[in-house]
Design a binder for this molecule. Structure first.
Ligand code: SF4
Ligand code: SF4
Length: 498
């Protein structure tokens, strides 16, 4: 089942918008004038951050996130509430359905959910449990000398730099490790509310614990609490892009995208934590998203400017749209220059675009025109004016293979991540006209409705349709792909377009 989409040249596309000849500056006086799109795209590299360049010029840095926050209404969310809807009876029912579904798929060799697809998924998921240790290692050795040789034992001082130098250094390191959109939030009393009061319950994992700040030198954990030192005043935030396999919706192969990213995060986190330790600082990790997290990664992502929140309640990254797993954060005492929230026009876009809501099979995503302060239930936090997702509807559709440890939401027969995949901003850098659309969306909302219609007309978001306009292969075809010509390199951290 191969489908070849017609492609649109940049010139034809600009003609269609009535912009050819006038220069893009006619669309928005706030942006530089470019004579053609190649000139515009080649200009990328500007960022308001003085430490290092995060984004192309069309991503504006702003003082406040584009979605409204009322810090007086916000309080640390108790993650034990997040699955209040999930009774043991309901979960047993979902699990039985998941088990039946899995066996049928394997026996019937269902494309995307056959045994080889499960093996592919299982291979990547196996490594995602590595970063459960949140408090960091004791002072490590330098990994090139005797194990007992540490900064202290050798009489060496710890690393010292300005906050700007430190951010630049961390960005360079994290980029190598595989993280993208590297950003920083300075943790004050308001930002502490973005951390949870208690971690979530895990299916088969650790029980919930309180998350508290104390005036201590080193983070520590007890069976009752996870303690963060007050001196960890900075959150280092990064995005991990998901694989293109995420587009194989509702089959286990699609879950490779989700859990492949979790696995990468587990590895990146360990490396980053040790990097900070060898410098002489500590890193307190968020969890891996499996339910044992210490705070809202989306909250940190929005505040740091890793992206803007979307109608689907994920962070939309300017680089990857919704196809990235978490704005992962690590709390550290290494002083870092904070980055600002961003405005790339994406939150504004959501107000006229309801594509993810239209394509959500459970009806969990709001179709209201305006965001609201009102949660749909205790599974939503407070103090943010958003489109709250009705998670009891979503939960049964998400899917989790039998025996897996994961958030209790994940117990279900489905395997849905439609809202991530279909998002208008979830496009690869190779999508021929998307480098035109993104700057325009950032500059003006005039074309927003048109772009949603255009996106739908390209069949983006339908099963197995990639946003390149050229590649559309079924899971079975994917196994037989020509490795010499297939456009994605493979799952390499940081290169999410595998
Ligand atoms: S994961 Fe699926 S069911 Fe849940 S909100 Fe997204 S589209 Fe809807
Ligand atoms: S699909 Fe549309 S409404 Fe949904 S998050 Fe993406 S841009 Fe926003």
């Amino acid at each position: 089942m191969s489908k070849i989409h017609s492609t649109v040249s940049r010139r034809d596309f600009m003609k269609g918008l009535g912009l050819a000849g006038a220069g893009l500056g006619a669309a928005a006086s706030t942006t530089p004038v470019f004579h053609d799109m190649d000139e515009l795209i080649a200009s990328s590299g500007f960022s308001g951050s003085e430490s290092y360049s995060r984004y192309p010029w069309w991503v504006k840095e702003v003082d406040k996130p584009t979605a409204e926050i009322d810090w007086n209404l916000m309080k640390p969310y108790d993650m034990r509430n997040s699955d209040k809807w999930a009774t043991p009876e309901l979960l047993a029912k979902y699990y039985a359905a998941q088990l039946k579904h899995t066996k049928e798929c394997i026996l019937n060799k269902t494309p995307g959910s056959s045994l080889k697809d499960y093996a592919l998924f299982g291979g990547i998921k196996g490594s995602m449990m590595q970063n459960v240790a949140k408090v960091g290692t004791p002072e490590p050795n330098l990994e090139y000398l005797y194990p007992t040789d540490t900064l202290t034992s050798l009489g060496l001082p710890r690393y010292e730099g300005t906050p700007e130098e430190n951010l630049k250094m961390c960005a360079a390191a994290i980029h190598l490790l595989g993280g993208r959109d590297i950003s920083v939030v300075e943790v004050d009393d308001n930002v502490k509310k973005v951390l949870y009061s208690h971690s979530a319950m895990l299916m088969g994992g650790k029980p919930s614990r309180a998350i508290v700040w104390e005036d201590v030198d080193n983070a520590y954990e007890t069976p009752e609490k996870m303690v963060i030192p007050n001196k960890c005043k900075w959150a280092l935030v990064y995005s991990c892009p998901q694989s293109q396999l995420s587009r194989y919706q509702s089959v286990i192969m699609g879950k490779f995208g989700v859990f492949g990213a979790y696995s990468d995060i587990a590895v990146m986190d360990q490396r980053l934590q040790k990097f900070l330790r060898i410098l002489g600082y500590q890193g307190v990790l968020d969890g891996f998203g499996g339910g044992n997290s210490i705070g809202s990664n989306s909250g940190f992502g929005v505040l740091a400017g890793s992206g803007e929140i979307g109608r689907h309640d994920y962070v939309n990254s300017p680089s990857f749209g919704a196809l990235m797993r978490m704005s992962q954060f690590i709390l550290t005492d290494l002083p870092l220059a904070p980055t600002k929230p961003i405005d790339a026009g994406m939150w504004k876009f959501c107000q006229s675009c309801k594509k993810c809501a239209d394509m959500c099979p459970s009806g969990a995503i709001s179709k209201e025109a305006e965001p609201t302060w009102e949660p749909t239930g205790v599974w939503n936090g407070t103090g943010r004016k958003l489109y709250p997702v009705d998670y009891p509807k979503c939960g049964p559709w998400r899917g989790m293979p039998p025996g897996g440890i994961g958030h209790i939401y994940e117990a279900g027969p489905g395997g849905c991540s439609n809202c991530q995949v279909v998002c208008v901003f979830t496009k690869t850098p190779k999508a021929s006209i998307h480098d035109v659309i993104r700057p325009l969306v950032s500059s003006t909302s005039v074309f927003n409705s048109f772009f949603t219609t255009l996106d739908k007309s390209f069949h983006y978001g339908e099963a197995f349709v990639t946003p390149l306009g050229e590649v559309n292969v079924s899971p079975d075809e994917w196994w037989n792909r020509d490795l010499k010509t297939y456009p994605f390199k493979g799952r390499v951290m940081g290169d999410g377009w595998a």
